[in-house]
Design a binder for this molecule. Structure first.
Ligand SMILES: Nc1ncnc2c1ncn2[C@@H]1O[C@H](COP(=O)(O)OP(=O)(O)OP(=O)(O)O)[C@@H](O)[C@H]1O
Length: 716
């Protein structure tokens, strides 16, 4: 690319000045933290010296005074530590900034002004000393949106004070590494596309990367949306949904500076641990460290407590592999997470104090305290208070009555005995609901129930007797817990980001709405990547209804950035819900289907393909099988021939080198090359299997091939 010499000199000088400014600020911040550190050490010493004799006596009669004295010394230390950590964060940002201070520039003339201003945009901002003038603007600042949304000409952006209009005369992009300007180019649409194509052609790393330099206009609109309480995205595989989700979380953090949103106010919910680990670098790389990240099953486990829960991966494995039980498993989760069953549960929960709690007259030390009628009345009234809370109040009421009459505080053992009925065993209650068939069918009489309801009841009873809570029952129990005890956690959450939206069922969304009653939501999914159930666009209407937010919007993304043209065209035939899928026009090899008569000759072929991929320099080569069972058998036959890993439910290994992975675990991830290794007709024949093939084949960035022993799947 030719650059005018004086422009180049200008840019080199600009870079030098920016780095010098950042270095100066870095040295200032480092000095500040040396002082902070010394102050913390001396304050700690003071605390030790002045309070050591009282710390041991905290439980003595003058303990309270000692505690007050202790906090008098401890509080300033806490403040200094917070200050220290803040400066440490600044230091980390400046160190990154010195390596690569900005990636773009726009020349913008504000309406009514004569001169174009040069606006440099980087991953974080840099302010000139002793002024409010920006040397580099954060990519999340309002003016930076002009870079993502406009080419040269008239442009505008929305600032807190309102819409600002103006004109763009130049858009420039830079590649700066280790403080050195490698190149820059003035961007028109074609050149930007070319730049992006080169970027997308690179080989994969084991972790997801940031996309700040190339965020597309339609992605930027979602990332910066502050209008909607519920922002939904339906995007084809590889359209950047996860990227958008994470950049949006970082953007909301930045917005939080003005809206008092703190790190604890944003939660990103991941479908599983492997995915959580895969995306774990992005938000820190965007300069934000403390966004809460949670795996959905862990949230269920936190609500239910003390019971081991079947993971979604384990659930999918059993759904996919079990031939006899398959339809029962599928119908069971579909029914138990449906609106109908939720209504049945609501009737059941309403009934609990009438039918399932045995109130008793209370005696203490032989003396009558209170009648069961009074106790029941107290529980049945005040419908707006959750049952669990009322039972707790009842407990206090009885204890107080005893104290009034007997003037003694009862000990815990006696309390437990007296108050047996105020503690509910939710699992036992749920079992009763399913065991008492007459009662169950009475509650269900107005609702549509599945034809194999009897099988589902038997299947559930068996599962509840095992020491693992199955995924569907865990969902139901979490719902009952929340309805009975109310929500005590997540009260401070203001923004919830949910990826892989198509994987959650009706009741899951009800749980989200109970947990995060006052939050705003960003929900991203792809109906073509649904596993274990049928899904179409109505899922988004359902979500809208369940979360019932004032303002909501659904954006659709139809362009895939991940796969080559050939892979995308091939994968599209597995997409069941017709929607146009555009590719980024990146070329590659045609996917091939290779069948062999014996496993050993198939393995030889797979080995040849792996060698080819390695020679091409591919960093991540995924051998995808339908199930964990198939993965294990492939692993056994290859492990002595090649360095290969296997991904299982609890794997947290980096996704690098050659690995074998069941298709449902590969969701959301991507690999340089994909080999679908069991593409025969026994494994893939149904409509559900089509979705599996869609997911597996769209994981490939550059190369996709399918292998099978015997007859190839008729779906290929
Ligand atoms: N604007 C962009 N610039 C550069 N790369 C991008 C951009 N948008 C997406 N990508 C890249 O495309 C790939 C797919 O993105 P991502 O995983 O976010 O898509 P997705 O819609 O969540 O995919 P899936 O639903 O298949 O899991 C990633 O490698 C991501 O870095």
């Amino acid at each position: 690319m030719e650059n005018n010499q004086s422009e180049l000199e200008y840019e080199l000088k600009r870079l030098e000045d920016t780095i010098a400014l950042a270095k100066k600020q870095l040295s200032y911040e480092k000095q500040r933290n040396e002082i902070n550190k010394a102050a913390i050490i001396s304050a700690k010493k003071e605390l030790r010296e002045n309070t050591s004799h009282t710390i041991s006596g905290l439980w003595s009669s003058d303990g309270f005074e000692a505690l007050a004295e202790l906090s008098q010394y401890a509080n300033p230390i806490t403040e200094k530590i917070v200050d220290y950590e803040e400066v440490e964060n600044k230091i980390a940002l400046l160190e990154k900034l010195i390596q690569s201070p900005y990636f773009a520039r726009i020349d913008f003339k504000f309406e009514g002004e004569d001169m174009f201003e040069k606006i440099y945009i980087g991953r974080s901002s840099l302010m000139k000393d002793n002024s409010y003038e920006m040397c580099v603007y954060d990519w999340r600042s309002p003016i930076a949106s002009v870079f993502y949304r406009f080419v040269t000409g008239q442009a505008f952006y929305d600032a807190p004070a309102g819409r600002i209009t103006g004109e763009v005369s130049l858009k420039r992009q830079y590649e700066i590494k280790k403080g050195i300007l490698e190149y820059y180019f003035d961007a028109d649409v074609q050149i930007v596309d070319e730049f992006l194509r080169k970027l997308l052609s690179q080989n994969n790393s084991s972790k997801m990367k940031t996309i700040v330099e190339t965020i597309q206009k339609e992605q930027d609109i979602v990332i910066r949306d502050m209008e909607n309480d519920l922002m939904m995205v339906q995007g084809v595989a590889g359209s950047g949904k996860t990227s958008i989700a994470l950049h949006r979380a970082a953007y909301l953090m930045y917005q939080g500076l003005s809206t008092k949103l703190s790190a604890n106010n944003i939660i990103v919910i991941s479908p599983n641990t492997l995915f959580e680990q895969y995306i774990s670098n992005v938000i820190p790389e965007l300069g934000e460290d403390n966004v809460i990240s949670m795996v959905f099953e862990d949230m269920l486990a936190a609500i239910i407590q003390n019971r081991r829960i079947q993971s979604r991966n384990q659930f999918l494995e059993s759904l996919i592999t079990s031939s006899g039980y398959r339809s029962t498993i599928k119908n069971s989760i579909e029914f138990k997470t449906s609106h109908q069953f939720m209504e049945i549960l609501n009737l059941f929960i309403y009934d609990i104090p009438y039918k399932w709690i045995e109130f008793e007259d209370i005696y203490y030390d032989g003396q009558f305290i209170v009648s069961k009628e009074i106790l029941k009345e107290k529980i049945i009234g005040r419908k707006e208070v959750p049952l669990g809370v009322k039972l707790k109040h009842l407990e206090d009421f009885i204890v107080d009555l005893i104290y009034e009459l007997k003037k003694i505080r009862i000990n815990n053992l006696a309390k437990k005995e007296i108050l047996k009925f105020t503690e509910l065993d939710i699992i036992e209650l749920y079992q009763k609901l399913l065991r008492d068939k007459e009662y169950f069918y009475t509650l269900a009489k107005d609702f549509e129930i599945p034809e194999d309801m009897e099988d589902i009841l038997v299947y559930t009873q068996e599962n509840l007797n095992s020491n693992l809570l199955f995924y569907d029952d865990a969902t139901v129990l979490a719902y009952i817990y929340l309805k009975i005890y109310g929500v005590n956690e997540y009260k401070n959450i203001k923004q919830v980001v949910i990826d892989e939206a198509q994987d959650y069922y009706y009741l899951h969304y009800v749980i989200f709405s109970l947990l995060f009653e006052n939050s705003k939501f960003t929900i991203l999914g792809d109906i073509n990547q649904t596993l274990g159930k049928k899904e179409d666009m109505t899922i988004y209407d359902q979500i809208r209804k369940i979360l019932s937010k004032k303002k909501s919007s659904l954006a659709t993304m139809d362009k895939s950035f991940r796969c080559t043209n050939e892979i995308l065209t091939y994968s599209s035939k597995f997409a069941q819900q017709c929607m146009e899928i555009k590719s980024f026009n990146r070329k590659g090899d045609e996917p091939g289907i290779y069948a062999r008569d014996s496993q050993s000759s198939l393995n030889d072929l797979i080995m040849t393909e792996i060698k080819y991929c390695k020679d091409k320099g591919y960093q991540s080569i995924a051998l995808i099988c339908k199930t964990e069972k198939n993965s294990l058998s492939l692993f056994t036959s290859l492990k002595d021939r090649i360095d290969v890993q296997i991904m299982k439910d609890d794997s947290t290994t980096e996704l690098q080198g050659v690995f074998i992975i069941p298709v449902y675990m590969s969701k959301g991830l991507e690999f340089d090359a994909v080999l679908i290794c069991d593409a025969d007709n026994t494994n893939y024949h149904s409509e559900d299997d089509k979705n599996l093939l869609y997911i597996a084949s769209t994981r490939a960035l550059h190369r996709l091939n399918l292998f099978c022993m015997g007859e190839a799947s008729s779906l290929l």
